[in-house]
Ligand binder design. Sequence first.
Ligand code: C2E
Ligand code: MG
Ligand code: MG
Length: 689
Amino acid sequence: MNAATDIAARATEAARFKLLADYLPAWIALYDAKTQICLFANRGYAEAFGLTEADILGKTFAEIIGPEAAALIQPSVERVLSERVAVSYERELPAADGTPRWIEVHLIPQLGADGEPVASCVLINDITKHRLAERQVRESEARLDKFMLATVEGILFHREGITTDVNPPCCELVGYTLNEMVGRHVLSFIAPDELAKVKEVMRAGRELRYETAVMHKDGTRIPVEFIVRTLERDGEKLRMTIVRDIRDRLASEARIQHLAHHDGLTGLLNRAAFMDRMAELMRRAERKGEMLALLFIDLDNFKRVNDSLGHLEGDQVLTTVSERLLGALRGSDLVGRFGGDEFVVLLSDLESRADIVVVLEALLSVVEVPVKADGRALSVTPSIGVAVYPDDGKQADELIQHADTAMYRAKARGRATYQFFEPALAETALRDLVLEAELAQALTRNEFELFFQPQVEATTGQLSGAEALLRWRHPERGLLAPDSFIFVAERHRLMLALGEWVMREAAATARRWREQGITHSHGPMRIAVNLSRMQFHLDGFAETVKRVLVDTGASGQWLELELTERMLIEDIAHAPATLAQLRAQGLTVSVDDFGTGYTSLAHLTELPLDKLKIDQSFVARLPDDVGAQAITRAIVQMAVGLGLTVTAEGVRTAAQWQLLASWGCQQFQGELVGAPMPASEFEAWVKAR
Ligand code: C2E
Ligand code: MG
Ligand code: MG
């Protein structure tokens, strides 16, 4: 190869090299090792220092980059040359227009054939972009740190489950210090029952918001909400969890729930909630073949408390009853209030009906609230109907209805008692319903009538009075005796209107008989009227009687009122005053069915009474039954001793008459004398005598 071709070839190679060098995304320069004069620079390098490629050649290192920068870099250059190793550093090199710029510089020694450095090669990368990105990351980290400190919410970072950082609110929430927390596995802070759920979220690396619970250092379980995100920090994937204490929220939610499901007054379950839970327990009982008992409880006398003492006092009674119910029942029993004075209880875990009876007895003995209404002692007691699952019904509605039916029967049986549902009651209940509807119309349709049964003097056999006995001429069922409809009338307060009708009719009849001379010649004959407990307990009963007398133009002397022992005892504080008012109007007061109640005669001595009517069940056992003889004789003799008139009811035989008369019984009523009969018949009967 000759010199010319050699030169040409070198030129081509140089041009090729320059082309490459100019288009490399780096700045390149070559300095002489001894003189530090620039031997080569690509376009980028020259321009970086504000020069052209032509200008830069022949200038020294210091002339190109400036004396200050050169002084800074000099040690690195010397190291390259003396140690013959490549050296790198980064420095700031603002652009010509002053904008910040960072460069990464590599100095590489070029060694000659003898191994001595002949030049140093400079290779520069513009790293401004990286620097800016880095700074941004640093800034956002600083922001995050600030945020972590400033927020009231707990924040926790973890890497693969190992806690790397937590903020103070998070520490406070779980009661550990930062040092105690960092390095520990996050699952160690989770409530045991929530572990599976949290593990699953972590395993799946999901980003979501969910509710769970953490454990405080002191063992308290704290319900929290987690908001989980994955983010990069220092080039690593970190999991960030925002931990939000939701105890307050749950508490207010629970309060709202409570309000929605509970009775505001007593805090017991309301109807809807009771039905819900009941359905749940019934499903469980069905699966396990268990027995349940539904108790339907209605309070006796409650209406009187409310009417006479007002709602505040009524509320107080309801609260007391509710507390006593809860006190007597197990925590697992459901207790609800359906409104008014209706309580319901669902008993579970029962072995037999005997278990239910134990609870019923307990409730009866515990739930009795004595109150003073208008200065009278009154007792609020429960009447309880019971329906058993599955015997009495498999559906909640059915059970409740049956327990309700049984409850009414308990009331009819005299209150403060319980009654199990019997299938026969269901039929009765339906009949009662029909009856109730019919009864409401019977008064306006004039379907009621009074029958009269004569009462005579033991000594003379003369007519002394008549008992008015109610009959209903039912359009389809014919003549009905009071036993078949009175309890329904009492249940629905129809008895008040009906009772007043009876009194009015009796008073009008008494007056008519006087006018017609039917009873005139026979002395002071009275018509006896049976009272319902509801009438007698009503405030202002004596005034009602007075009004009836005025309206009908009858005299009080012509009427007698029959009360039962129970009516008197139930209202023992109030009865004397009412009785005194009635007697002041000339009425005679007698105690009906005496001997069947549990009162002793002594109880009645303080009451202003005129007459005792010995119950027909005693009379019926005479003259043969020795026990009945002893009791009847004692009653008659004591009553006579107390100055009371004694009437024997249901006298059917002459033997009964004789025996009773021998003990001092003064009046007789019964088939032996005459059966109950319509007014016209009675009039004929009297005339015929
Ligand atoms: P009570 O007041 O004890 O009335 C006597 C009952 O015995 C009457 O039954 C009468 O028919 C019946 N009786 C009388 N003598 C004999 C007899 O020799 N043998 C038999 N087996 N029975 C006799 P009744 O009329 O069915 O009345 C039943 C109950 O209904 C009455 O018992 C009374 O408690 C109540 N009642 C009747 N009328 C009224 C009323 O107007 N208002 C209220 N609240 N209750 C009434
Ligand atoms: Mg009677
Ligand atoms: Mg009687």
